[in-house]
Design a binder for this molecule. Structure first.
Ligand code: ADP
Ligand code: MG
Length: 395
């Protein structure tokens, strides 16, 4: 009963959102859109810096969603509007090439470019974007935008790519058009997530499994702290960690660190203490993902807490991707009674998540805010994240 009522409330909300998007589109472009799409942001519950070692990840979709309303144009013109970003210049779909479009418009422009590269018959487009996903916070607003633009760009021209085709093309938008060498985790999470579940993904085989993850049903929640810490040299560090993993895999004679089965033997075989620490993180983190999945399958949600905290310590001490703002948040959350807490995302800033019992949420929030005041950090932003639905067409 409750489920059915919840379901129809969801449907009503989706219909409301679709109508509002359609109205704004009509006001903006002077005619009605052909469709409205939704794509959520994501958070990685656990499995950090494992994807480029062919390892395991466990993201879930946020309730924060990006919406796109679109209609095709037969004259090759592309007009893009976002309620969160300044208007860019119009351009022609035939002139698109990597580097030809700057700023946020590169994502939707890239979607059209990739679709054409892949043989879809795509003409011009009018597109309106409105998003509740904080941008640049490590919550994958860019993947949501790319996925929504690929889905909309294809559908208004009569094409119906599968979810895995959208994932691949949306990744190409960032890799080949925007110039961001991201993996496939963000797009997969946005496209494939299901409400009340986390998405267990093997990044070697791309196999996925929906694992039940509904903290609210067990009196808990995922509290997110957007530290708003300025990202520091992210790209250089990212490339550096990537290289270290490849180097270690080569020295150990495995295709990827995913294949290390005997950690002690691997550590003994590596001469560099830096590589030993990087390897220990990746191998133990893969183990923690598998343990987390076991606990979730068995409904033992509380047991996930210590794994989150262990993941953070590993990212702090062995992978060295934390900064004072995230370490402070994790310390404050744990001292205020969180069951577990960790940095999420690539690191060097971004967000912290904590598994928290409902009655401890306020205390945890206060503890973080107080600790930030004491340290003189800019005020963080806090919100709760219920595992939510993946991308879909709303109308
Ligand atoms: P993240 O994916 O973690 O949010 P990125 O730097 O990868 O951070 O992506 C953020 C970029 O995505 C923004 O700089 C902007 O170009 C684009 N973007 C995100 N949300 C919107 C939006 N609502 N409207 C226009 N562009 C957006
Ligand atoms: Mg991004």
């Amino acid at each position: 009963m409750a489920e059915a009522a919840g379901g129809s409330a969801h449907a009503a909300r989706a219909a409301d959102t679709a109508s509002r998007m359609a109205e704004v589109f009509t006001r903006t472009f002077g005619y009605d859109p052909e469709g409205v799409w939704a794509a959520p942001g994501r958070i990685n519950l656990i499995g950090e810096h494992t994807d480029y070692s062919d390892g395991f990840v466990l993201p879930f979709a946020l309730p924060h969603t990006l919406h796109a309303a679109a209609a095709p144009r037969a004259d090759g013109a592309v007009r893009l509007r976002s309620l969160q970003a300044p208007e860019g210049d119009g351009f022609g779909v035939a002139d698109l090439a990597p580097g030809s479009v700057e700023g946020w418009a590169a994502y939707p422009a890239g979607a059209l470019w990739v679709l054409r590269q892949e043989g879809y018959r795509v003409d011009g487009l009018d597109l309106l974007v409105d998003s509740a996903i904080p941008s640049g916070a490590g919550l994958s607003s860019s993947a949501a935008l790319s996925c929504a633009a690929v889905m909309a760009g294809a559908a208004v021209h009569g094409a119906d790519p599968s979810a895995s085709q959208v994932i691949r093309m949306a990744r190409r938008v960032e890799n080949d058009f925007v110039g961001m060498p991201c993996g496939v985790l963000d797009q997969s999470a946005s496209m494939l997530s299901a409400e009340g579940h986390a998405l267990f993904m093997d990044t070697r085989t791309m196999e996925t499994e929906q694992v039940p993850f509904a903290p609210d049903r067990q009196g808990m929640t995922v509290l997110v702290v957007d530290t708003r810490a300025p990202h520091r040299l992210v790209e250089g560090h990212y490339a550096d960690r990537h290289r270290a993993c490849q180097e270690a895999a080569k020295e150990l004679g495995v295709a990827a660190l995913r294949d290390v089965t005997d950690l002690e033997a691997a550590l003994a075989a590596l001469a560099s203490s830096e590589l030993r620490r990087r390897v220990r993180h990746v191998v133990t983190e893969n183990g923690r993902v598998l343990d987390t999945v076991d606990h979730l399958r068995a409904g033992r949600l509380r047991d996930v807490g210590p794994l989150l905290t262990a993941s953070h310590m590993s990212l702090r001490d062995d992978y060295e991707v934390t900064v004072p703002e995230v370490d402070t948040a994790v310390r404050a959350l744990l001292s205020a009674g969180a069951l577990g807490a960790r940095i999420t995302g690539g690191g060097f800033g971004g967000c912290v998540i904590a598994l928290v019992e409902r009655e401890r949420v306020e205390a945890c929030g206060r503890a973080v805010e107080e600790a930030y005041r004491e340290e003189g950090f800019a005020a963080p932003s806090l919100f709760e994240a219920a595992p939510s639905a993946g991308a879909r067409r709303l109308r």
